[in-house]
Design a protein. Structure first.
Length: 148
């Protein structure tokens, strides 16, 4: 069956291998543009992206033809090759073998975009570990309250 309309917004969080701060600020925008290109070239749309030294947040609306897993794998594989072949970090760059994907309602797109684009200020107050623990608490609480 053809899906004519969709609102499939996903907030992805990719983490560098061992949370090593491999993404230098001098290469941040180049990496963000490359990941945006991958998203846009697969019938999806990038709404916001920010590459921190040890993790990247991005919000996309995706085509129903791709699952979150398929899109994440394409982005991870292609961006690892791009970063390594262009020597954008010291040593061999690798993402963790897993990432996080959070569904976002259309009403929350603006709020999530602001959160992603405000990463430098946010991380002056919270480490990535603290941020991630809060994400898990919020999403597990939400999931827990929706159970039968």
């Amino acid at each position: 069956m053809e899906i004519k309309y969709n609102n499939l917004y996903t907030h992805f969080v990719f983490t560098t291998q061992d949370r090593f701060p491999a993404i230098a600020s001098t290469h941040r925008e180049r990496i963000e543009k490359y990941i945006t290109g991958i998203v846009n070239n697969h019938s999806c749309k990038m709404y916001a992206i920010y590459a921190n030294p040890d993790h990247v947040h991005f919000l996309v609306s995706r085509t129903p033809a791709l699952s979150e897993k398929e899109l994440a794998e394409m982005i991870a594989n292609a961006s690892e090759i791009f970063i390594n072949s262009n020597h954008l970090c010291v040593g061999k760059f690798k993402w963790q073998t897993s990432c996080s994907a959070f569904s976002v309602s259309k009403l929350d797109v603006d709020r999530v975009c602001k959160y992603i684009l405000n990463q430098p200020e946010h991380h002056k107050q919270h480490t990535f570990a603290e941020e991630y623990a809060l994400f898990m608490q919020v999403y597990q609480h939400t999931l827990g309250t929706n159970k039968g």
